[in-house]
Design a protein around this ligand. Structure first.
Ligand SMILES: C[S@@+](CC[C@H](N)C(=O)[O-])C[C@H]1O[C@@H](n2cnc3c(N)ncnc32)[C@H](O)[C@@H]1O
Length: 245
């Protein structure tokens, strides 16, 4: 199916009036989460003046405000893909709020439909560039756990700057984590795993802890595929250190 038909079909399913209200966080025409080409260049290059969060009416801020009012911890799934982990983890932990960030609009729409059919209410789906959300939208020190599960490995040198695990992007993850919050990663890619370990070992703001063990139901879609191909999965976790007194 051509891609735009594929997206349109997913968006159409999302509008089904028989489903409970949508869990997708629609940023409308936000210049950060819906940037045009010129704005993407400015955001990517940190070229001033950078846009400010429009604030009022922002569904991401509302998501965090609701969680704070309910006393619920917020967790973040970066690159949530087809959403198997996010949905299972939210279902198993009804007291948390899970924010899933995914750049593929059709995947987000399908996750939204699936989670509404399952009766979930504690997950929010945000379509767009995760790095912009991490840098400009998500309040600082507001997330108790981040999951980066089977991130795209970008194996070519000229694309390596896109990896989530590299110096500048770890700053973004650090910014949103509460002190004591955890960063959890899994990958099938041995080179990328080595880079994750090296990047984090160099960062004195984190300590390495035992890797999170996800129950069978929380294995991701890509994980099941990779395991089915006989690949080895490596996982690691770190804790954002608390400031010393
Ligand atoms: C290999 S898939 C893994 C998906 C899911 N975590 C899993 O394990 O099944 C990587 C996902 O990250 C998304 N992604 C990659 N870079 C991203 C970015 N910068 N912002 C948001 N999503 C991103 C891709 O669209 C894709 O769905």
């Amino acid at each position: 199916m051509p891609r735009d038909r594929h997206v349109n079909r997913a968006l159409q399913l999302q509008r089904d009036p028989s489903l409970p209200p949508s869990l997708a966080l629609d940023p409308g025409n936000c210049p950060i989460m819906r940037p045009d080409g010129a704005m993407k260049e400015r955001l990517g290059g940190h070229e001033p003046p950078l846009p400010r969060c429009p604030g009022g009416g922002c569904p991401v801020l509302a998501f965090f405000a609701d969680a704070r009012a309910a006393g619920a911890a917020v967790e973040l799934d970066v690159g949530s893909g087809y959403g198997r982990f996010a949905r299972a983890h939210a279902a198993a932990n009804p007291d948390i709020r899970l924010l899933a960030l995914e750049q593929d609009e059709a995947r987000v729409a399908r996750c939204d439909v699936a989670s509404r059919r399952e009766g979930l209410r504690n997950v929010g789906w945000l379509a767009g560039e995760a790095r912009y959300a991490l840098e400009y939208c998500i309040p600082p020190e507001a997330v108790s756990a981040v999951y980066v599960l089977f991130p795209d490995p970008w194996p070519k040198d000229r694309h390596a700057h896109n990896r989530i695990f590299r110096k500048g992007n770890v700053d973004l993850l650090w910014r949103v984590l509460v002190p004591g919050g955890t960063l959890n990663a899994s990958t099938d890619n041995a080179d990328y795993f080595a880079q994750m370990l090296a990047t984090m070992a160099d960062d004195a703001r984190f300590e390495r802890i035992d890797p999170m063990v996800r129950p069978e139901a929380e294995k991701t879609d890509f994980e099941l595929k990779f395991l089915g191909q006989g690949k080895t999965v490596n996982s690691a976790s770190w804790r954002r250190l608390r400031p010393s007194c």
